[in-house]
Ligand binder design. Structure first.
Ligand code: PLP
Length: 404
């Protein structure tokens, strides 16, 4: 039996008050709160293990290295990657996407080559490709989104040409909640001789992702969105591709031998990990993944689905409220606007009731343009949210609407 009230006890921050009211935290797509075990893992490592990894013969360095490499193995099993050489630690999703844009771009793309994006990408999966376009003269093509928030798959299939080299897509939209058919998209990309990069920032916290089953070539996510710390993330890449890609940054850790004439690079994954890694963060991330798996991905998904359905049901009774993203199989986010109320005002007034939502363009300005709005309000759910919090949120919306 899934008991969110019990789960909430693991998250100290959830019992605090804001403006004298119980905190209702519905900004989980931006970042999640951390369970005690993750915070304690960070503290414990600094208190009793801390030493720089990989370089030391001494006891602490070896222990810290063991924890860091065990975390890599933990991520490997979490994603079902073939080997730890395919698991690169990064600062987060954004760095993973930039790494692929730079390094895949260097190895595989030249002027006139085409990269397909979707209209629902986060800026992190748009801007690096525009920077590459400036550098190399590649061509960007965009899969449109329909009124319900789905990708136009017919259009997608027609965008491919012999010059198409890569598809970059989000797995779950941080705005619409749409779950994109990445397995099908990968199949189409591969049958056209192209590769696929999946932004899994919004999917790994909510659903099982298996890189072999989906057959994606790259996949990236952020620790802080899956109950782990900030500053650590993961890029998965197929070894056959990573092997052919140049390093993203140079420095310590990533070299095999340096002379002033020539430097040779380390094997995977270290070739892509210049400088001291966030070895405390990697360990804490592995503790977060343990926490999620212990709770059960299917249980989490079912609980969040219930919250989403209930919130949608309550919101559809609010006059003038429009929800963006209406697909049946949605991730745990609801973006919306209410006629005559600026989303910023909505967010500010809800905040005074202790309810934290996000407002603005959600780092997806092209998608805002697609729906003809400047911004949207967004509530997003996590494993610890409750139906009574959904009630508090919907009651808050009613109250704010009556004020206008
Ligand atoms: N991609 C998506 C779909 C996101 O929702 C986010 C964050 O909101 C990112 C990328 C960027 O993640 P980060 O800021 O952790 O690098």
């Amino acid at each position: 039996m899934y008991l969110p009230e019990e789960i909430r006890k693991d998250f100290p921050i959830l019992s605090r008050e804001v403006y004298g009211r119980p905190l209702v935290y519905l900004d989980n797509a931006a970042t999640t709160q951390k369970p005690r075990c993750v915070v304690e893992a960070i503290m414990d490592e600094y208190y009793s293990v801390n030493a720089n990894v990989h370089r030391g013969v001494h006891f602490l360095s070896q222990q810290a290295t063991d924890l860091h490499e065990a975390a890599r193995e933990r991520v490997r099993t979490f994603l079902n990657a073939r080997s730890t050489g395919e698991i690169l630690f990064t600062r987060g999703t954004t760095e993973g996407l930039n790494l692929v844009a730079y390094s895949f771009g260097e190895a595989f793309l030249s002027e006139g080559d085409e990269v397909i994006l979707t209209a629902m990408e986060h800026h992190s999966n748009i801007v690096p490709w525009q920077i590459l376009r400036e550098r190399k003269g590649i061509v960007l093509k965009v899969v449109p989104v329909d009124e319900t928030g789905q990708l136009d798959m017919n259009k997608y299939e027609r965008l491919f040409t012999p010059r198409t080299k890569l598809v970059c897509t989000t797995h779950i939209s941080n705005v619409l909640g749409t779950v994109n058919p990445i397995r099908r998209m990968a199949k189409t990309a591969h049958s056209n001789g192209a590769f696929i990069l999946v932004d899994a920032a919004q999917s790994v916290p909510h659903t099982q992702v298996d890189v072999q089953e989906t057959d994606c070539d790259f996949l990236t996510f952020s620790g802080h969105k899956i109950y782990g710390p900030t500053g650590i993330g993961v890029l998965y890449g197929k070894e056959s591709l990573l092997d052919r890609m140049p390093p993203y940054q140079g420095g310590g850790e990533m070299i095999s031998r340096v002379t002033f004439e020539k430097t040779t690079y380390e094997r995977l994954p270290y070739k892509f990990e210049a400088g001291t890694p966030d070895y405390v963060g990697s360990h804490a991330l592995s503790v977060a993944l343990d926490y999620v798996e212990k709770t059960g991905m299917e249980n989490i998904a079912a609980h969040e689905h219930k919250l989403l359905q209930y919130a949608t049901e309550r919101m559809t009774h609010i006059p003038g409220l429009r929800i963006y993203g209406e697909t049946a199989d949605k991730g745990a986010v609801i973006s919306f606007n209410i006629d005559g109320i600026h989303p910023m005002d909505l967010g500010t007034l809800l905040d005074r009731l202790g309810i934290a939502i996000r407002t603005g363009h959600h780092c997806a300005q092209p998608l805002m343009q697609r729906f003809g709005v400047e911004g949207m309000a967004r509530a997003s759910f996590a494993l610890y949210n409750t139906l009574s919090e959904v009630d508090a949120f919907a009651d808050g919306l009613e109250r704010v609407r009556k004020m206008f």
